[in-house]
Design a binder for this molecule. Structure first.
Ligand code: CA
Length: 224
């Protein structure tokens, strides 16, 4: 998911950016309303986190402008005060969600993820690589029409690899994202699971999608 964070307070903006990046989001930051509008007109975001209190053009004005331009990117408004009126104004102006400051960062992350999901129901619930599909709602993998049974951990591994398709995933990154480890347990856990997933998705098929990059990690890609 690609998210635009619009916040003039640099510390807050950087705090949000880091938290989202740690969760695997791609994050752009704008410090003014005009920058945000420029960014939103050239980039297709999955969600926008928009602070109301901005110097110059404020968040509500940015939101109205976006909707006027028929930009329907899901918007989560942030407000320093959390007043009821502001919330109502925001929702009337076309916001999809609203979070008063101070907020717990985990809640912000959860809400923006939910928004992105809602906003792109048709485009990103199914991850695709060649004839492999992974339905991230039903947790169902298929190659062509053949259903592939995965355990929940195998599913998480395949989802992470597919979301990173074309990019090399190190063992450490896999341990962090799939097992929530922030240390290397020094076992061959990742290799064992990679082997299982590979047998399931590539085993019977001529074109292989899951590749080992020796000494570095793994990558999912189509080979010509
Ligand atoms: Ca602000």
């Amino acid at each position: 998911m690609r998210v635009l964070v619009v916040e003039d307070e640099k510390k807050t903006a950087s705090f949000i950016r880091k938290a989202l990046q740690a969760e695997g989001f791609v994050v752009d930051v704008s410090h003014t309303g005009d920058d945000a509008l420029a960014a939103a007109s050239t980039t297709n975001f999955d969600g926008i986190i928009l602070d109301i209190m901005l110097p110059g053009r404020d968040g509500l004005s940015v939101l109205r402008q976006l909707r006027q331009q028929k930009n329907s990117t899901p918007v989560l408004l942030l407000s320093a005060r959390g007043e009821v009126n502001e919330r109502v104004d925001g929702l009337n102006a076309g916001a999809d969600d609203y979070l008063p400051k101070p907020f717990v960062i985990a809640e912000l992350v959860a809400r923006i993820r939910a928004l992105g999901r809602r906003g792109s129901e048709t485009k990103s619930t199914v991850l695709r690589l060649a004839d492999l599909t992974l339905d991230t709602i039903a947790h169902e993998a298929r190659r062509k029409t053949l259903r592939i049974e995965l355990t929940s951990r195998e599913y998480l591994l395949l989802e992470f690899l597919l979301r990173s398709a074309g990019r090399i995933c190190s063992r450490m990154a896999i341990l962090e994202k799939v097992w929530n480890y922030d240390f290397d347990p020094g076992s061959n856990l990742v290799d064992v699971y990679i082997k299982r997933v590979r047998e399931k998705i590539d085993g019977d098929f001529e074109s292989k999608l899951l590749h080992t990059v020796r000494g570095i990690g793994y990558v999912m890609k189509e080979t010509p």
